[in-house]
Design a protein around this ligand. Structure first.
Ligand SMILES: Nc1ncnc2c1ncn2[C@@H]1O[C@H](COP(=O)(O)OP(=O)(O)O)[C@@H](O)[C@H]1O
Ligand SMILES: [Mg+2]
Length: 325
């Protein structure tokens, strides 16, 4: 009996096209002897084609497990995960809470700080509720400004003066009510893949060398000139430190399935900072999440197998949990 996997992709966000590419790679890597793939495309308008998953657990009998390959809002943020919980379907990746808090950079930072892990100093301001003096004197320039809930560097700016900072806040405010302003880190950028439910493990990390001033949207998806080095050139101690922090970060948001944890290494202090955690990282053939696993001895097709196993394991564990007396 083949496992019937619904691959959910597309989505109502700016990351629609990236999702299409990720989904094609995932589907291409799925062994046709093991899996029967059911594609469900969510159009940019939000229509589900050929049909939607129902919240009614009795209505989705032709599906065994769902693989959401949706990046960003309405897919990576707990919304789709909530629907899949109602539908009582196993699904790949983080649950509702971990998805939602990982998408919110501010809540994520608070949880990570509470666990004693290093994040860059930041302030959160609400759209329309801050004064120039609240934001301009806080950190030495440059600073980074980001909408709290988004991805792919959309709405993210580097500001070198107070005027640039105010303009950056206005731009970020188009994307979210909550905006993060944080100290700019001069240094290098790394990523580390994590996989697992109860006992998550980290892959060998990679380094990202942006071709622009920082790793912005163009650099990620248009220019294709950013360099990636996997495994990253780090000392054994630094590698162990990144892996430890990646797993700790994963646990601090109660993540399951998979996530990619991103880091900044400050040149002057030699210190690693956790930048963010992505619960549905890019999955294209050139994406770093699967590449780091490949470099760690877990080829792409086996990674897919493992993710589907983890989804089913988690669903079983949940079914064994009582929800009423
Ligand atoms: N505090 C910072 N110091 C230096 N560079 C940063 C900082 N924050 C973000 N960046 C740069 O901006 C990019 C996008 O920011 P990030 O927080 O990862 O947002 P997104 O969720 O959109 O990917 C990072 O990959 C990095 O290049
Ligand atoms: Mg990022």
């Amino acid at each position: 009996m083949k496992t019937r996997v619904a691959v959910l992709y597309g989505g109502r966000t700016g990351e629609h096209e990236v999702s299409l590419r990720s989904a094609e790679s995932v589907i291409a890597a799925m062994d046709p002897h093991k899996y029967e793939v059911h594609r469900i495309l969510i159009t940019k308008e939000g229509r589900w084609e050929p049909r939607a998953i129902s919240p009614d657990p009795c209505a989705n009998r032709e599906i065994d497990v769902v693989f959401p390959v949706l990046h960003g809002t309405f897919g990576e943020d707990g919304t789709v995960q909530g629907l899949l919980e109602l539908a009582d379907l196993p699904y790949v990746g983080a649950g509702v809470l971990a998805s939602a808090v990982s998408m919110d950079k501010e809540v994520m930072k608070r949880l990570v700080i509470e666990r004693g892990l290093p994040v860059v100093e930041y302030i959160m301001v609400r759209r329309g509720e801050f004064q120039r003096e609240d934001v301009c004197g806080k950190f030495p320039f440059p600073v980074f400004v980001k909408p709290a809930n988004l991805g792919s560097s959309v709405g993210v700016s580097k500001a070198k003066t107070c005027e640039e900072l105010l303009a950056a806040l206005e731009q970020a405010a188009q994307f979210d009510r909550k905006i993060i302003v944080e100290r700019g880190i001069q240094g290098r950028e790394f990523e580390c893949s994590v996989l697992g439910n109860e006992n998550p493990v980290a892959a060998v990390p990679c380094e990202i060398i942006p071709s622009r001033e920082f790793y912005d949207y163009e650099d990620k998806y248009i220019l294709n000139q950013a360099q990636t080095i996997v495994p990253a050139h780090l000392t054994p101690d630094q590698t162990a430190e990144i892996q430890r922090l990646a797993v700790e970060c994963y646990k601090s948001v109660d993540c399951e399935g998979m996530a990619r944890v991103d880091f900044l290494l400050e040149t002057s202090s030699g210190k690693f900072y956790i930048n963010e955690i992505n619960t549905i990282p890019g999955f294209t053939s050139i994406s770093m999440y699967p590449k780091m696993w490949e470099a760690s001895g877990l080829p792409y097709a086996q990674l897919i197998d493992r993710l589907i196993e983890l989804a089913i394991e988690r669903h079983r564990a949940k079914q064994a949990t009582q929800f009423s007396r």
